[in-house]
Design a protein around this ligand. Structure first.
Ligand SMILES: NC(=O)c1ccc[n+]([C@@H]2O[C@H](COP(=O)([O-])OP(=O)(O)OC[C@H]3O[C@@H](n4cnc5c(N)ncnc54)[C@H](OP(=O)(O)O)[C@@H]3O)[C@@H](O)[C@H]2O)c1
Length: 295
């Protein structure tokens, strides 16, 4: 019998990547729902869709992700990233489904100097970060079977993201000012989608199922960089001649604060799944190749 999987936020970066990788899993029957079909800000929408089919897994890719705008649209961010998880957790319990939820490095306190582990304290600073932590808390309190994956600096060949913005701006400007005091690791969406489906495959192997559930896992690619060094690498690999000037977060002046240190320890997810995560530069090359082949 095939494994039934519901994916919310199906038209975002991660949702689209899962749509792409779905064909590699003929045993999985995916149901992709964009925001117009499953609205996470509506209890009715969540309950009616999730209770309609006995999904084995719900992969929650839907989120309010506009970090600066969330400072002005606080209620909306809390509804979609926070309250929705209360209803989604209850709906998953009703059908015996496992909820796989994607969260963010922004929930952590910035502890410079060593990779952040899952048990490190949280201290979300922005509305977006606070709303995501509330969502996580609802899941841990209410959901019977869940997995939370915290990730950072996600980019892809889809939608809007740092890599695509740099390619666009780098081709039209001689010089760009990019933040140099936020340190972290980029995550190629293809790699995190693979890891999510790896979890599903492992959970279908009933022997290990219970040891995977109800845990938080960090995921990003390996390595450490800053946004300005990330931009330089994008330009180098794409033969774009654009000078990068490093500036501080204060000089950049974004509305919402960002963590200065977002380097996640991936030891837990690597040992749990028995995988080796690749370096961010290698993943970036794949994304740039995919973008080139699309153009
Ligand atoms: N991008 C990053 O750098 C980053 C970093 C850390 C963690 N994350 C987390 O990773 C997950 C996936 O992120 P992503 O990069 O794929 O985000 P994304 O590209 O912005 O996609 C988010 C999706 O959520 C949908 N959405 C918004 N409001 C919704 C609603 N009311 N009901 C249902 N869906 C709704 C959006 O639909 P519409 O297009 O119709 O609005 C969009 O397709 C999110 O949980 C995010 O918080 C992302």
């Amino acid at each position: 019998m095939s494994v039934l999987i519901l994916v919310t936020g199906a038209n975002g970066q991660l949702g689209k990547e899962l749509q792409l990788q779905a064909s590699e899993h003929p045993d999985f029957q995916f149901h992709f729902y964009g925001s117009s079909l499953l609205d996470l800000s509506s209890q009715f929408s969540i309950e009616s869709i999730v209770s309609n089919t006995p999904f084995d897994y719900v992969i929650n890719c839907g989120a309010y992700t506009q970090v600066d705008k969330a400072e002005d649209e606080t209620n909306r961010a809390y509804e979609i990233n926070g309250t929705a998880l209360k209803y989604l957790s209850a709906a998953c319990n009703n059908i015996g489904s496992t909820l796989i939820h994607i969260s963010t490095d922004y929930v952590y306190d910035s502890i410079n100097g060593r990779p952040i582990i899952e048990t490190d304290p949280s201290n979300p600073k922005s509305t977006y970060a606070k709303s995501k932590l509330i969502g996580e808390e609802y899941i841990q309190q209410l959901c019977q079977k869940w997995i939370i994956i915290r990730t950072s600096w996600v980019y892809s060949s889809f939608g809007h993201n740092f890599v695509k913005t740099m390619l666009r701006l780098g081709n039209s400007r001689d010089k760009l000012s990019i933040v140099n005091d936020q340190i972290g690791t980029p995550t190629y969406v293809s790699d995190i989608a693979e890891v999510i489906l790896n979890f599903v495959m492992k959970m279908e192997n009933r022997d290990v199922m219970s040891s995977l559930h109800n845990e938080i896992y960090n995921f990003s690619n390996q390595g450490i960089t800053s946004w300005d060094a990330f931009a330089k690498k994008i330009f180098d690999l794409s033969d774009i001649d654009c000078e990068v000037k490093g500036i501080t977060s204060e000089e950049y002046g974004a509305k919402a604060p960002r963590p200065s240190w977002s380097v996640l320890s991936k030891e837990k997810i690597e040992s749990t799944l028995g995988i080796e995560i690749r370096e961010w530069e290698s993943a970036l090359r794949d994304c740039l190749d995919r973008l080139k082949s699309k153009s």
